[in-house]
Design a protein around this ligand. Structure first.
Ligand code: SF4
Length: 427
């Protein structure tokens, strides 16, 4: 029997797809590309309207490419809006149900199985990574209530993996020779809060440091994303631990206080800017990234200009820019003063240009520096080897350079960004 898993969305989804791949393999399936297979699983995202339509059109395409397959929908969209997928997939499984995927495959076509997220353990075990970088999920769910976000509905309240389990998982990845472990979670800065005893992410990093100081083999650990007010939890670790990559992604979403309030974000721009600027000042070569959500209901030209100016002034190395799209069931979907699509498009375009300038400027600041870089598993489409530096710069090695996938190499970077938006690197 052949099976295939297609993944949309965030690092947590990628992690969980790796876990499902392992489960199916253990159940005897041969895992392959999604063409003429017996089972095809689509792991969906529900974070934006675009993610939802992408999931639905992909389901249709997967059905066409695999006419005899059982098509299974899982992930956030399956959890928050199973009805939308029911007509397109043979089986729709919620967050809890997907952790017993092989068992559920025996269910008759047309079945939908979705438990409330508060009951969902979301516990997918520690998958064997298929790549040189492993995603290590240490937390799931979210206790916040940002007005635009459907994630708490899809994934329930915050749950953390205990420190012993996190460290043991890290050790297992190291035993497999993984070069980089990315700590992921839906709301990573909440790690520990549900475990009692006042534990937080900073304690976890100290625990990891104790473990790593007793291991002779090196590994690089990266934090996936931290909310602005939770950045201080990682600041000491980023300063002290050589194994922790100098890179942090912190989603600002907007820099206008009026919009932040409407979004129900728990900070104001001055404080968030202070935290990020302070961190960048303290840690040389740190690459600081952010997310910006453009065209939130009520965002006037003036609010957008405030965001644009503040983002331009912040020491950011890159920005991910998204247009706002209302998610059914969220507060933002019912807010008045929705921004017209054309206005959103032109604001997104302006911020994307700024993003390119930020990337160029950060690369220029790294020009001629020697950095540790991990050689990626699959070659770039140019045929050259692609590497990722500790401070999150993707670069291409010159043609013909012998570097094995998974190898940690020292590279010297040069710009400007090439036609693929990547840096050039030499050994
Ligand atoms: S912090 Fe806000 S945006 Fe992030 S998952 Fe929680 S509710 Fe969603």
């Amino acid at each position: 029997m052949k099976a295939s898993i297609v993944t949309l969305g965030c690092k947590v989804n990628q992690y969980e797809s790796t876990a499902m791949t392992e489960m199916l393999r253990e159940a005897g399936y041969e895992m392959t590309i999604p063409e003429n297979v017996d089972v095809v699983v689509l792991n969906t995202c529900a974070v934006t309207g675009r993610a939802e339509s992408e999931a639905l059109s992909l389901l249709r395409r997967l059905r066409r490419q695999n006419p005899d397959a059982k098509v299974v929908g899982v992930g956030c969209l399956a959890q928050v809006n199973p009805g939308k997928m029911a007509g397109l997939a043979d089986l729709v499984l919620g967050q809890k149900e997907k952790s017993a995927l092989p068992e559920h495959l025996g269910l008759p076509s047309g079945s939908t199985l979705v438990s409330p997220p508060s009951l969902a353990s979301g516990d997918m075990g520690d998958p064997r990574p298929a790549r040189t970088r492993a995603l290590h999920k240490i937390q799931d769910g979210c206790d916040a209530s940002c007005a635009y976000c459907a994630v708490p509905m899809a994934r329930g309240p915050s749950r953390s993996h205990p420190p012993g389990r996190v460290v043991a998982g890290l050790g297992r990845y190291m035993d497999m020779g993984v070069g980089e472990v990315v700590l992921t979670g839906v709301h990573l800065g909440l790690w520990g809060r549900d475990l009692g005893g006042g534990l937080n992410l900073s304690d976890l990093l100290s625990e990891m440091d104790r473990y790593l100081s007793n291991r002779p083999d090196p590994v690089r650990v990266r934090l996936s994303s931290l909310e602005p007010l939770e950045v201080p939890l990682a600041a000491e670790g980023l300063r002290k631990y050589a194994w922790l990559a100098p890179h942090l992604h912190s989603p600002l979403q907007s820099c206008s206080d009026k919009i932040l309030e409407r979004m129900r974000r728990p900070y104001r721009q001055a404080r968030a800017g202070e935290v990020l600027t302070g961190l960048r000042r303290d840690i040389p070569d740190l690459n600081l990234g952010t997310d910006l959500l453009v065209g939130f209901p009520g965002e006037t030209d003036e609010d957008f200009e405030i965001t644009f100016e503040a983002a331009a002034a912040l020491p950011l190395g890159y920005m991910h820019v998204f247009p706002f799209s209302p998610r059914p069931g969220t507060r933002a979907a019912t807010l008045p003063d929705q921004v017209p699509p054309g206005v959103k498009r032109s604001r997104v375009a302006r911020l994307k240009k700024l993003d390119r300038r930020k990337r160029e400027a950060f690369l220029a600041s790294q020009e001629g520096r020697t950095r540790q870089a991990l050689v990626e598993n699959t070659p770039h489409r140019s045929g050259r080897r692609k590497v990722l530096t500790d401070n999150y710069l993707a670069a291409l090695l010159p043609e013909g350079v012998a570097a094995a996938p998974g190898e940690m190499v020292e590279v010297v970077l040069s710009g400007p960004l090439n036609e693929w938006g990547l840096a050039e690197a030499r050994l």
